[in-house]
Structures are given as structure tokens and as C-alpha cells.
Design a protein around this ligand. Structure first.
Ligand code: CA
Ligand code: CA
Length: 505
């Protein structure tokens, strides 16, 4: 019976080590070199604490960084402890530096202690300012960058008290430890450094290599749950259902592991994400507005021991409307009905129904124009001649929108005089005319234009008119008398000739 148990224990031990090889790292003693001790935070075993190794935030040193996901520990030090062991060669005062990253307002600190004591700030021995048992708060100021200037603050004093640099005295050379304990949830720590004060080294240098190691010992997984294969990150799309079952080999060491899941700050999972503790399966039904990155914590427990891991669930939210094709400027003609369907120009990758709204630069769109669904329509009058810039907003009703503008040019189209020549028409407006005569042909290219009186005399001629565009003839400046005239336009590039009668008032 005893032998049997022993064999089981040996098998369990071997099995555990085998499973552990990927994730359960050795714990080593880091040796001071050139007066400096540099330790990557990911160089220790995280089992037994609410810490995870991550590497997706660029700029870290080593193979990654650690992140505390156990929920804020305010006024309580010593939870989720991590221990780092190092050998000091230079007795005396050392600077303590930590490289860390805070994303939000509150995720800015961690509890730290040197069990042997010896922490000094600029204003003296820090023992009265700690949480007891030598714990002190190590915090950073800057946000959204890897930041190496760590400070502490005496507790029990009002907020705003000066922040202090951190020094540690080592009375003699030898092996010491430093411990970190979770304080602010989601705080990331990359590495820490200790350097002898009488050395020339100063500050936190990310280029400095990790210290040499000795006495590495594998983590003892016997009789406890441990993380064996870290969970992978997933990117999923909102508006779709996603299910995911935690792989059997994620955690090792337990005999009947119980699972639970929370958000990375120990908040409950959001309503669109559920976790079945029996089947270890997540079901997500994120809506478009749930887009974003979520840290999902998984806790495995057995026989009073536990291990945690976390993965990032990236929810791709709503995609805003896009251009299906370029929208172009357009023209409307006085007295003629105008319609312009906007829908062919826009699409939505989520298949959302798009809605349209329009305004002009001055506010509401011109009174002749109205929008129904995606279609602009109306009949402009002579008073509407000219350009209107229309600002169009296309919305998908899930927060996605697109703003576009285009010009509607209202051109005259009242056919006061219509003459056919080679099936092409000549339009003039107004006629009879006082002052400005607007002329349009159906031709293109350059041509000549003349006004001829009823005696057959050319009273005005120009050889450079553009038939492709509207032609403006200022009758006052050509100084003609009231009467009836023939307008003659000839195209240079064809035999087309346009003739019409103009009545000058
Ligand atoms: Ca690191
Ligand atoms: Ca959309």
C-alpha cells in the first residue's frame, strides 16, 4: 500500500514536471554584476498569485512583463506575492528602480518589500510609513508609456505629499529577496533594478541585460494546481455568437479542478459573456457597442490551491459605413425634376441598413430639395441657380457614420428659345433679355459666336467660345439697342451651327 502510494507520487511528480516544462519556470538567484542587479519580472514563477505574463504591449524588455489581475488590494498588502532572489556583492546603499506601465488613472502601483528591511527614503527610515512587515507602495506617475521612475509615498499622510525615491541598505554581501504583492489591478511591471549608490550607474536603463543567474530551482508543483499551457488570445466579431471551451491541459496538478472566470480586475463578466463552470465553456454574444479589448481571468482551484491565467478577448465592434464608389458632383435644371439616389455610393460591412441626412453649409438644404430615404429630389426654380454644397451624413444606427460632401449645381433649363440644327439644341435664358443672356448648346469644343441684326450686319462677334460650357453674353457691354437679333454659333470641330432669335429689351 505504501509502495503503491510512493509510485503514484513519483508518477505524479514526473507527469507534473513534464506538463510544467512550458510554463512553470525555474526560480533563480540573480547575481549582482558591475554593481547592478537587473531582473525581468517575467523571470519567476507566477503560480499561486493573480499575476499573468503578457507580451503584447510593445517596448518591454526581456520576453514580456507581468500584470496583476487580482482586483485592487487597497489597504491590504501581501496578497498574490511574488518572490525574487538575488545575491548582493556590494554591501551598502542601493537605488531601487522599477519599470512599469499604467494605462488608466488608478492602475499605478504595487506593494513591494525587502523582508530584511533596510528601505530608506530621502526623509529617513521608512518603517513608520509602511503597511507593516516592511511593505511599501511603489508607484509610477506617467501614463501609457513604460516608465522607470518609481517613487514611494508615506502612508497616513494626505494625498499630495512629496513622493520619495527608494533606497535599500544591504548590511553585508549575501543572498536577499524582494517581494511584490498586488495592489492596483491591471498594473504592468517589466523589470526592476538595484544598483550600488557608489557606482557610476544612474537610473533605469532598459538596455542593461538581465543579471546572470545561479541556483535555479524548478517550481514544486506537487500537490497543487498550476498553469501548464497559457490560454491563447482571441479576436471575435460583435453580432456573432462565440463559444470557447478551456482546453483540458491548461492547468495541471489537480484531481478535480473547479473553474471560475472574472474580468481582469475581478469584476463580474459582462452580461454578454457567460462561463459555464461545469463544461468550462465561454459563450459570448457581444453587441456592436461592446467592441474593445477585455482581459478575461480564469481561476482553477483544487484542494485549497489555485492557479490563474488570463486571455485577451478582442471584440471587433461595429464597422462604420464605407464608400462603395466615389460620389460625384451633379447638376439640376430649373423647371425639371431632379432625383439623386445616394445608396449606390455607400455600403456597410455588417450589413446594417444605412440612413441618410443632409445639410448645406448654411444649415438646412435648399428649399427646392428634399430627402426621402436615400433619394434627394425636387424641382429647382430660376431663383435657385448656382452651386449648393450638400453635406451628407450616412449612419448605420450602431454608432458608425461617414460624412461626405458634393455639389449640386442648378443650371437654367427654361427653354425660351429652341432651335434645332443637326439635331442639336440651342438654349437661351432669359429671352427677351435685358442684360445677361445665358446660352447653352449641345456641342463641345471651341467655336465662334455672332449677333446679327435684321439688316444682316454683324454687330458683335467672338471667335473663342467654349461650347461645352455655359456661355454668358453681356448685352450691355456689347452695347446693342433694343430689337430682334439672330444669335449664330458655329462649332470649330464640326459642321454644327446653332441659330436663334434674341429679343433685346
Ligand atoms: Ca520584462
Ligand atoms: Ca456597421
Amino acid at each position: 500500500m505504501k509502495n503503491n502510494l510512493l509510485i503514484k507520487a513519483i508518477i505524479f511528480y514526473l507527469f507534473g514536471l513534464n506538463l510544467a516544462s512550458a510554463q512553470v519556470t525555474d526560480s533563480c538567484t540573480f547575481i549582482q554584476k558591475d554593481s547592478i542587479i537587473t531582473v525581468e519580472m517575467e523571470s519567476t514563477n507566477l503560480n499561486g498569485g493573480f499575476w499573468v505574463v503578457q507580451n503584447d504591449l510593445p517596448g518591454h524588455t526581456g520576453s514580456g512583463y507581468i500584470r496583476y489581475i487580482g482586483g485592487d488590494a487597497t489597504g491590504v498588502a501581501g496578497k498574490s506575492q511574488l518572490t525574487y532572489t538575488f545575491r548582493v556583492k556590494e554591501a551598502g546603499r542601493h537605488s531601487f528602480k522599477m519599470r512599469a506601465f499604467r494605462e488608466n488613472y488608478h492602475d499605478n502601483d504595487v506593494w513591494v518589500r525587502f523582508p530584511h528591511g533596510g528601505v530608506i527614503t530621502k526623509i529617513g527610515n521608512d518603517s513608520t510609513g509602511t503597511m507593516g512587515s516592511n511593505w511599501f507602495k511603489a508607484m509610477i506617475g506617467a501614463r501609457n508609456e513604460w516608465y522607470g521612475f518609481v517613487k514611494t509615498q508615506h502612508l497616513g499622510t494626505s494625498w499630495g505629499e512629496t513622493f520619495h525615491d527608494i533606497y535599500v541598505d544591504f548590511p553585508e554581501p549575501g543572498v536577499y529577496t524582494v517581494q511584490f504583492s498586488g495592489r492596483a489591478s491591471m498594473f504592468r511591471i517589466d523589470r526592476f533594478m538595484l544598483y550600488y549608490q557608489k557606482s557610476s550607474f544612474f537610473g533605469m536603463n532598459p538596455e542593461n541585460a538581465e543579471s546572470p543567474k545561479e541556483n535555479c530551482e524548478p517550481y514544486n508543483t506537487i500537490g497543487r494546481v498550476y498553469l501548464s499551457n497559457p490560454l491563447l488570445d482571441y479576436t471575435i466579431r460583435s453580432g456573432e455568437t462565440w463559444t470557447y471551451t478551456i482546453p483540458e491541459n491548461t492547468f495541471g496538478g489537480g484531481t478535480s479542478i473547479g473553474y471560475s472566470s472574472f474580468l481582469g480586475n475581478m469584476f463580474q463578466l459582462p452580461s454578454w459573456l457567460s462561463f459555464d463552470q461545469k463544461t468550462h465553456t465561454f459563450t459570448a454574444n457581444p453587441a456592436y457597442e461592446n467592441g474593445g479589448k477585455y482581459t478575461i481571468l480564469v481561476k482553477a482551484e483544487d484542494n485549497g490551491t489555485y492557479a490563474v491565467d488570463a486571455f485577451t478577448l478582442n471584440i471587433l465592434g461595429n464597422r462604420p459605413p464605407e464608400h462603395a464608389s466615389a460620389i460625384s458632383d451633379t447638376a439640376a435644371y430649373t423647371g425639371q425634376s431632379f432625383t439623386y439616389d445616394l445608396s449606390p455610393y455607400f455600403s456597410d460591412a455588417d450589413g446594417n441598413t444605412l440612413s441618410y441626412s443632409v445639410r448645406s453649409g448654411s444649415g438646412t438644404i435648399p428649399t427646392w430639395l428634399s430627402l426621402e430615404g436615400s433619394t434627394l429630389s425636387g424641382v429647382p426654380t430660376n431663383a435657385d441657380l448656382g452651386n449648393d454644397t450638400i453635406y451628407l451624413t450616412v449612419s448605420d444606427d450602431f454608432g458608425g457614420s461617414l460624412v461626405e460632401s458634393f455639389i449640386i449645381t442648378v443650371k437654367y433649363a427654361v427653354v425660351e428659345s429652341l432651335f434645332k440644327n443637326n439635331s442639336r439644341k440651342l438654349y437661351m435664358y432669359p429671352n427677351p433679355v435685358d442684360h445677361i443672356l445665358n446660352i447653352r448648346t449641345e456641342g463641345n469644343g471651341k467655336g465662334s459666336m455672332a449677333l446679327i441684326d435684321n439688316m444682316g450686319k454683324i454687330i458683335f462677334k467672338t471667335d473663342n467660345v467654349d461650347l461645352g460650357n455655359d456661355i454668358v453674353l453681356d448685352l450691355e457691354s456689347v452695347n446693342i439697342k433694343p430689337g430682334i437679333y439672330t444669335l449664330k454659333i458655329k462649332a470649330n470641330n464640326s459642321a454644327s451651327e446653332y441659330n436663334g432669335l434674341v429679343v433685346k429689351k
